[in-house]
Design a binder for this molecule. Structure first.
Ligand code: FAD
Ligand code: NAI
Length: 468
């Protein structure tokens, strides 16, 4: 084979899973290419996901604080929104991080290949270049990291103007007066928060009878109350029948799941955020006899598909659709295919929702522990008794630690409060090292920090603390 197009590894997709896999392979000395069909590297997370959404969450929170909270700190300002500049600074962060990926590819000797890739039989990958020509790569291994796309909703056609998905919701040109969000999951609550803080009236329609599927019930209901206090309106147990875009508005037909009552509501913009589904497109899976599972994911076992030398990671495979899951799989998959011992501990993948206050958890919820039948104890500590939160005027929320009664092993940690995303990693580390709640309770934590609330929740598992 032609040395220039012959690789040890071809990674399809340059999202967080793909670029991490490619860089790790380069570091391990594999001759590696990463094929990306989009014009920019970085995939969903960098370009239309984690990074731009968190950039807007941060900027919109500053605006909201300036409007509603600065005065309480003795700072008088009259903030005025400059949305175009807010969007430009968001994109500048995205662009800078994109250059970081290019730099790492260069450093780790990963060839970046522009174009859409498709398997063309065992050991072969065909790439359709932007100019329409095709090239063929030969390779010992292929890692498929093609990610995910928004799930469509029957009766609601996304036009990216009035009816948008998360991608267009990150680039609206003006603040909608009324935003209707379909889906009370991570995207709905985060992007709903952005536009609420910038001035929109936000209503969230959710099929289930609670928000944040997968979260501990106590955290989800506390989050709902806090968001309602901020002005969110929730319609739970409600089904969207259809949405119709008009010139300046959208009418949305709803049906209550409990009472069957139908109603039509109007909004300026509708955001559809009902989940994401794996993206495989025209990948030529049949050329290596690979079939998708019944939910459209590429089935894998320890990252290997049923086709020899073909591996898959990230959102296109089962499991939580999270950047850090894709990233860890990228590293572990390349280590496994190189004969090393890579692995991912799926029981310790943290979840975060970057609302204000933030929500973060890892491990089992209380309901899951209950239904598993293992005896447990709860430790709880409120941020109203945490010095740092108090002096920041952010005393809402609490930390909840679930420990097994027999060995005090930490089964789950659930938090809602200021910047809890920054110390859920501590809970992950404790669980990874099989620390029990007493180990966390006896570990010195810096004062005054929010992380002390985690320590004190761990203390209260054993009744050391009584405030909670
Ligand atoms: P992707 O990032 O989707 O990358 C796949 C890449 O493959 C794309 O660049 C695509 O163009 C390319 N590709 C596909 N097919 C081909 C082909 N045939 N040939 C060549 N290239 C191809 N997760 C978090 O953990 N934290 C967050 O805060 C967070 N926020 C999010 C906010 C939003 C609005 C969204 C939508 C998602 C968010 N996520 C977040 C989820 C996160 O973005 C995904 O879990 C992550 O991007 C998955 O990475 P991946 O590498 O599997 O796929
Ligand atoms: P999601 O799965 O988090 O939430 C979707 C919500 O829509 C659920 O509550 C679901 O019950 C509801 N729903 C489904 N069908 C519905 C219908 N017909 N009518 C009304 N409600 C309906 O999905 P979301 O928010 O779209 O995000 C997709 C994925 O992106 C997430 O699962 C997550 O993995 C990732 N993401 C992660 C973030 C983070 O880590 N902070 C932020 C944003 C996205």
């Amino acid at each position: 084979p032609n040395a220039a197009t012959n690789y040890d590894l071809v990674v399809i997709g340059s999202g967080v899973g793909g670029y991490t896999a490619a860089n790790r392979a380069g570091q391990l000395g594999l001759k590696t290419a990463c094929v990306e069909g989009a014009a920019v590297l970085g995939g969903t997370c960098l370009n239309v996901g984690c990074i731009p959404s968190k950039a807007l969450l941060h900027a919109s929170e500053l605006f909201d604080l300036a409007r509603t909270k600065f005065a309480g700190f003795g700072i008088k300002v009259s903030p005025e929104l400059d949305l175009p500049t807010m969007m430009v600074q968001k994109q500048a962060s995205v662009d800078a991080l994109g250059h970081g990926i290019e730099f790492l590819f260069h450093k780790n000797k990963v060839d970046r290949i522009d174009g859409w890739a498709r398997l063309a039989g065992p050991g072969k990958v065909q790439v359709r270049k932007p100019d329409g020509s095709d090239i063929q790569l030969t390779t010992r291994h292929v890692v498929i990291a093609t990610g995910s796309i928004p799930t469509p909703l029957a009766g609601v056609t996304v036009d990216q103007v009035r009816i948008v998905d998360s991608t267009a919701a990150l680039t609206l040109r003006e603040v909608p007066k009324k935003l209707l969000v379909i889906g009370a999951g991570s995207i709905g609550l985060e992007l709903g928060s952005v536009w609420r803080r910038l001035g929109a009236e936000v209503q969230v329609v959710e099929f289930l009878d609670h928000i944040i599927p997968g979260a501990d019930a106590a955290i989800a209901s506390a989050c709902q109350k806090m968001l309602e206090k901020q002005g969110f309106a929730f319609r739970l147990s409600t089904k969207v029948l259809r949405a119709t875009a008009h010139d300046a508005t959208v009418s949305v037909d709803l049906e209550g799941l409990k009472d069957g009552i139908k109603e039509t509501v109007n909004a300026d913009v509708v955001l559809v955020a009902v989940g994401r589904r794996p993206f495989v497109g025209d990948l030529g899976l049949e050329t290596v006899n690979l079939a998708l599972d019944d939910r459209g994911f590429i089935p894998t076992q320890n990252f290997a598909t049923s086709a020899l030398g073909v591996w898959a990671i990230g959102d296109v495979t089962a499991g939580p659709m999270l950047a850090h899951k894709a990233e860890d799989e990228g590293v572990a998959c390349v280590e496994v295919l190189s004969g090393l011992a890579g692995s991912v501990d799926y029981s310790i993948i943290p979840s975060v929702i970057y609302t204000s206050p933030e929500v973060a958890w890892v491990g089992l919820t209380e309901d899951q522990v209950k239904s598993g039948g293992r005896p447990y104890k709860l430790g709880r500590f409120p941020f109203s008794a945490n010095s740092r939160a108090k002096l920041q005027h952010e005393g809402e929320g609490f930390v909840k630690v679930i420990s097994s009664t027999d060995d005090y092993r930490i089964l789950g940690v659930h938090m809602i409060g200021p910047q809890v995303s920054e110390f859920i990693g501590e809970a992950c580390l404790a669980m990874e090292f099989h620390a029990d709640s007493e180990d966390v309770a006896r570990t010195c934590h810096p004062h005054p920090t929010g992380s002390e609330a985690l320590r004190q929740a761990a203390m209260s598992v054993d009744g050391w603390m009584t405030q909670a």
